[in-house]
Design a protein around this ligand. Structure first.
Ligand code: G4P
Ligand code: NA
Ligand code: NA
Length: 196
């Protein structure tokens, strides 16, 4: 199964850093493994196949690779929220502020109104779910656009941080391909799928 594949890759190539951060820059966050991204995209597409998704939504930069493959398999367009100021008039954008606990900075994310609207059924994809602030920002722009949020697909979830609970409270379906319960002595402890 894909989940096992990703877990094995995390065990093999992931590096646990201080502050509960998992470094996965040799297959996801810097160097990217296209074959693995495609496999993840296939799995997200399978999980959400019957939900009438019209758009896959993510935020730059690391969400783009898995989101792109998901859109490829669902045969639907992928939109990524931008973090940087564009020259476009603010009136033409949906925007939200995203605070990163990891980086201790706030970023504005924005999406052109051209690419999201009330007719859309959205699948949100991201690389990590930690405190859930990036996903919360994407949910906010969907609400501004009056688009329907069908669910959230995450490559690597850290179940011990706040994002999981935040989505549960909002009654939004969450599918994560690898679930990390804890980091112990520099090792990754995955959740036992039976207790989820
Ligand atoms: P949140 O979005 O869940 O609230 O996460 P948080 O603010 O804690 O993290 C901010 C950034 O750090 C996000 O990337 C998020 O994907 C990433 N991140 C969170 N936890 C981890 C981790 O354990 N390992 C790694 N590698 N990244 C983590 P970003 O700022 O949006 O950057 P990017 O998408 O351009 O890479
Ligand atoms: Na991210
Ligand atoms: Na990231």
């Amino acid at each position: 199964m894909i989940m096992k594949l990703l877990e094995e890759r995390i065990r093999h190539d992931g590096q646990v850093l201080p502050g509960n951060v998992l470094k996965v820059d040799n297959f996801l966050n810097h160097q990217v493994d296209p074959e693995l991204m495609l496999t993840m995209g296939e799995e997200f597409a399978r999980l959400f196949r019957d939900n009438g998704i019209t758009k896959v939504l993510t935020v730059e930069s690391s969400g783009i690779a898995p989101a792109l493959m998901t859109g490829l398999k669902l045969q639907m367009p992928v939109v990524f929220a931008r973090k940087h100021k564009s020259l476009t008039l603010v009136n033409d954008l949906y925007t939200a502020t995203v605070y990163s606990y990891t980086k201790k900075v706030s970023n504005k994310i924005s999406i052109s109104k051209k690419f999201l609207g009330a007719q859309d059924k959205v699948l949100i994809i991201d690389d990590f779910l930690a405190n859930g602030q990036a996903v919360a920002g994407l949910i906010e722009v969907c609400q501004q656009a009056q688009a329907e949020i069908v669910g959230v697909g995450i490559a690597i979830e850290k179940t011990f941080q706040r994002g999981h609970q935040l989505l549960k409270e909002k009654h939004i379906r969450l599918e994560s391909l690898a679930k990390i319960a804890a980091f112990e002595n520099g090792q990754v402890v995955f959740t036992d799928d039976s207790d989820n």
